[in-house]
Write a protein that binds this ligand. Structure first.
Ligand code: FES
Length: 659
């Protein structure tokens, strides 16, 4: 290395995944700026505000080929010692503005240190269902114990619950029993009792407490969304979301399964990461509603099969290989405390059932939220996520499959991809004639062309679904997804890594560089859309369905997807556009419904056992159908309902094997 050249160190920021080589000796805050990661700070990097705390991950990260060590940073400075206590230090926390890079490091930026917190796009939608929660409250007045009547408090309570509410055969949770006498006396012999499933007393509160709360959580591979609900009314008291903290161990389910298989403590690390994340999420949701986490007496979780196993601390390796058998199909009830989840001490966690293989509890949530089994029309429900899950059917028959879409549609593995946060481009339009791009960023109603200051940072999922069909319709990429060479616009340029198209010029961004879509991005988006399309087609064939009556698009950004973009990208086969709906986070809605209605929990178990599972990898022609679906919009299929939006189909010679 020439003398004046500095040693280069690899710095990887999580959960954004932004990474790059930086000069040895710069601090992590400077590195974050260079790599387009925004870390909080209000003291001008003086090391006094403590807002730029980050956590250094220890160990070898196979995915990046990097050995991350705390000793690859300069020692703790005096100002850090004032802000980072010994416990935090032992957990690997540092101030980004103080820690200098001396070697390779993986740096986790906690939610509170991220500038521009993530926007909750997994917003709960309005759905009608009866309220019949698992946990109900009962207000009971007891006759005070006396020398003539020294019956035990528990027996006294049981008898009163029987007399007033006809409740029999009750048991009491042990920690609840421990505080029973104190609470009864604190309430002067009047208490509010929380009873789970009509059989177990799980909380005793002094006096009258009218409201009880539950927390419904959708654990996505990339995003986790939680809904804090009032159990008696179903009212949503708070909505919170976070990045799944497991992303540092792998962006998709297979890489997380592999992590568990090759590291002795892999499962423990992944389990602890999500449990800690859920505790934080519940704490934030409770604080938002001016409550304590201990006020939450019930919880429902949904997630794909891998997330389900990891949160329950079940080894995921058997679901990662044939015959893909999970540890349990049926729904599970576990004490929250046994999982390390810190709610009301007696609270239970209900985990919805798994359908099959990789079709997990999130699809069970989608099923009870959309209930295709209650209708005659043939409906395709697509839950778009890092792991795409599809349900096709009606009141007569239901089929499901899962496909590895990869994280591209959620903004990961896209050069300038980002989560749905302030500054993210959420909508893109490209003019067919001039090839000029316009975009909207989250939080702004105007297009970039109408703003004096734009400040784009990256591209999030909904715009990622826009961009490929827009490039295709504008004639900038061809049917195969390749950038065309005969297009005359300064936005299309060649680089050492291949062609790229500029969406936002550097002056329109807050990261000081052009935001582009490159050839690899287009390919990743094609791979994701082809997997979903081929999955849908194979299920249609299995059920003997010629045409779809209805398409429901669900997912982390479902309510923000432009359904015409999704149709032109050909995520699903042709359908009347008036029968295509974006419903938002149906899996999360399903979790909320199960939290508030125990009959729906039973329904989820029952319907999950009736669904036919289609294992795509066992279909002999899956590869061929996938290859056909890689084309824009498709190599062979027609789309009469969106024909007016698409360019003329060229006469092309189709390679042997794909026809
Ligand atoms: S920016 Fe204030 S402590 Fe780092």
């Amino acid at each position: 290395m020439p003398e004046n050249e500095k040693k280069q160190c690899m710095v990887i920021f999580q959960p954004s995944g932004r990474r790059g080589n930086v000069d040895e000796g710069i601090n992590l805050k400077q590195a974050s700026r260079l790599l387009g990661v925004d870390i909080e700070g209000i003291c001008g990097d003086a090391g006094t505000c403590g807002k730029c705390k980050v956590r250094i991950e220890d160990g070898f990260f196979q995915k990046y080929g990097v050995e991350s060590k705390r000793s690859n940073l300069s020692p703790l400075t005096e100002s850090e010692k004032d802000v980072i206590n010994t416990h935090m230090e032992s957990e690997g926390y540092r101030l980004a503005c103080q820690a200098k890079v001396l070697g390779d490091v993986v740096v986790f930026v906690p939610e509170e240190s991220r500038m521009g917190k993530q926007i909750v796009r997994k917003a709960a939608t309005e759905r009608k269902f009866d309220i019949k929660p698992a946990v109900r409250k009962y207000y009971v007045k007891l006759t005070p114990a006396s020398l003539h009547d020294a019956l035990g408090d528990w027996e006294r309570l049981q008898s009163e619950l029987n007399k007033q509410f006809g409740l029999t055969n009750l048991s009491i949770d042990y920690p609840t029993l421990l505080s029973l006498q104190e609470n009864v006396r604190k309430g002067e012999w009047a208490v509010t009792i929380s009873i789970w499933m009509g059989k177990e007393v799980i909380r005793v509160e002094p006096g009258l407490v009218e409201k009880g709360y539950g927390f419904a959580v959708d654990i996505g591979t990339t995003t986790v969304a939680g809904y804090l609900c009032e159990l008696a009314t179903g009212t949503i008291a708070a909505t919170e979301s976070m990045m799944n903290p497991q992303v540092i161990y792998g962006e998709d389910v297979m890489s997380r399964i592999t992590y568990c298989m090759v590291h002795e403590d892999g499962l423990q690390r992944l389990n602890e990461a999500i449990i800690k994340g859920l505790n934080d999420l519940a704490g934030r949701a409770a604080a938002q509603a001016h409550l304590k986490r201990s006020d939450i007496t019930d919880m429902v979780l949904v997630g794909n099969t891998c997330m389900h196993h990891l949160v329950l601390n079940l080894p995921p390796q058997y679901i990662g290989r044939s015959p893909f058998a999970p540890a349990v199909h049926h729904s599970v009830n576990v004490k929250a405390r046994d999982m390390g989840i810190k709610l009301s001490p007696g609270a239970y966690v209900h985990v919805l059932p798994i359908l099959a293989g990789f079709v997990g509890a999130d699809t069970a949530g989608v099923l009870i939220a959309e209930a295709p089994y209650e209708h005659d029309e043939m409906q395709l429900v697509i839950d778009i996520g890092t792991n795409g899950e599809l349900v096709l059917g009606n009141s007569k028959r239901l089929a499901t499959c899962s496909c590895a879409t990869g994280p591209a549609l959620e903004g990961a593995e896209i050069k300038f991809g980002m989560r749905a946060a302030p500054g993210a481009i959420e909508k893109i339009k490209i003019d067919k004639e001039t090839k000029e791009a316009r975009f909207k960023i989250i939080g702004m109603d105007e297009w970039n062309t109408e703003l004096a200051e734009v400040g784009a940072k990256g591209i999030c999922g909904s715009a990622i679904i826009d961009v490929v069909p827009e490039l295709y319709i504008a004639g900038i990429i061809d049917h195969t997804g390749r950038f065309r060479k005969d297009v005359n616009t300064q936005r299309l340029r060649n680089t050492d890594d291949g062609p790229e198209f500029v969406i936002a010029w550097a002056k329109e961004t807050s990261i000081g560089q052009d935001i582009v879509i490159c050839q690899k991005d287009v390919r990743n988006i094609q791979l994701a859309k082809a997997a979903l399309y081929a999955g849908g087609k194979i299920m249609m064939r299995r059920l003997g369905v010629e045409k779809l009556d209805k398409v429901v698009l669900a997912g982390a950004f479902g309510s923000h997807i432009d359904k015409e973009s999704a149709a032109c990208l050909a995520i699903f086969p042709d359908c009347d556009m008036s029968k295509v709906y974006s419903v938002g986070n149906a899996a999360g809605d399903g979790a909320r419904i199960a939290l508030l209605n125990i009959d729906k929990r039973e329904e989820a178990d029952r319907v999950s056992r009736q669904v036919e599972h289609v294992e795509l990898t066992l279909e002999a022609d899956f590869e061929k159908m996938f290859g056909q679906a890689m084309w824009l919009p498709h190599m062979k299929d027609d789309f009469p309902h969106i024909k007016h939006l698409l360019p003329e189909k060229p006469k092309m010679k189709i390679a042997k094997g794909y026809a």
